[in-house]
Design a binder for this molecule. Sequence first.
Ligand SMILES: CC(C)(COP(=O)(O)OP(=O)(O)OC[C@H]1O[C@@H](n2cnc3c(N)ncnc32)[C@H](O)[C@@H]1OP(=O)(O)O)[C@@H](O)C(=O)NCCC(=O)NCCS
Length: 212
Amino acid sequence: MEISIRNEAESDYRKVEEITREAFWNLYVPGCNEHYLVHILRDHPDFIGYLDLVAEHEGRLIGNIMFTKSYVMNEAGQRMDTLTFGPVSVLPVHQRKGVGSALIKTSIEKAVDSGYKAVIIYGDPQNYCRHGFKNGKDFGVSAPDGSYPYGLLVVELEKGVFDGHSWKFFSSEAYEFDNNAVEEFDDQFKPKAKEHKHSQDVFSIQIRAALK
Ligand SMILES: CC(C)(COP(=O)(O)OP(=O)(O)OC[C@H]1O[C@@H](n2cnc3c(N)ncnc32)[C@H](O)[C@@H]1OP(=O)(O)O)[C@@H](O)C(=O)NCCC(=O)NCCS
C-alpha cells in the first residue's frame, strides 16, 4: 500500500481528531477520549512538533502519531530525557497494512537523529514488540511506584543506556486531563454509539497486570 508520511499541518487537525476517534472508538472503553487528547496535546509544552506525523494515502489522511517528552530518574537521582508516543492511530479500514508500522519506524528514526536515547510508552505488547519494544523490567525501568506494568514498554535508541541502574519512568502530565471535557468535545463529532466490546475486558485485565 502506497503511503507518504509528513508532519501534521494545522489544516489536518480536525481530520486527525476524526481518525483518532474512529480508531479508538469502543476499543478500550465504551466511546473513547483519545481524540480529545490529540486536541489538547498539541498545545502542551511537552508536545514535540517535529515528531507529529501523519500518513497519507491517495491524497487522504489515514493515520497519525504524536510524541511527548518524558523522563526516567535513577536511584542516584540522575535524570535522563526520553520520548513517549501516543496516541497512534490508523483508520480501521486501513489497519493491518503496514501504516502504523511505517509511522512508528519513521518517527523513531527521527528521534534517533535528535539524540534521544530511548522511547518509553504504555501500550499493548501485541502492537509494539514487533518494533523492538520490551517490558520495562528487562531494562530496570519501572513505574513511579516501583512496579513493572504489563504495558510499560521500552526501546533503547542507544544500546545499554539503562545498564547499571534502576530507573523510574515519568510520563508527561499532558496525558492527565479532565474526562468531563471529553463529552462536550465529542458533541462536535457525528454521533456514534457507545458499546461494550470484548477488547474492553482484555484492556481492563491488561492495565491491572504487572511483571513480578
Ligand atoms: C495499533 C495501530 C496503530 C497499528 O497500525 P496498523 O497500521 O494497523 O499496523 P501494521 O499494519 O503496521 O501492523 C499490524 C499488523 O499488520 C501486519 N502487516 C504489516 N504490513 C502488512 C502488509 N503489507 N500486509 C498485510 N499485513 C501487514 C503486521 O505484521 C501486523 O500483523 P499481526 O497483528 O497480524 O501480527 C492501529 O491498528 C490502530 O490504530 N489501532 C487502534 C488504536 C490503537 O490501539 N492504538 C494503539 C494504542 S496502544
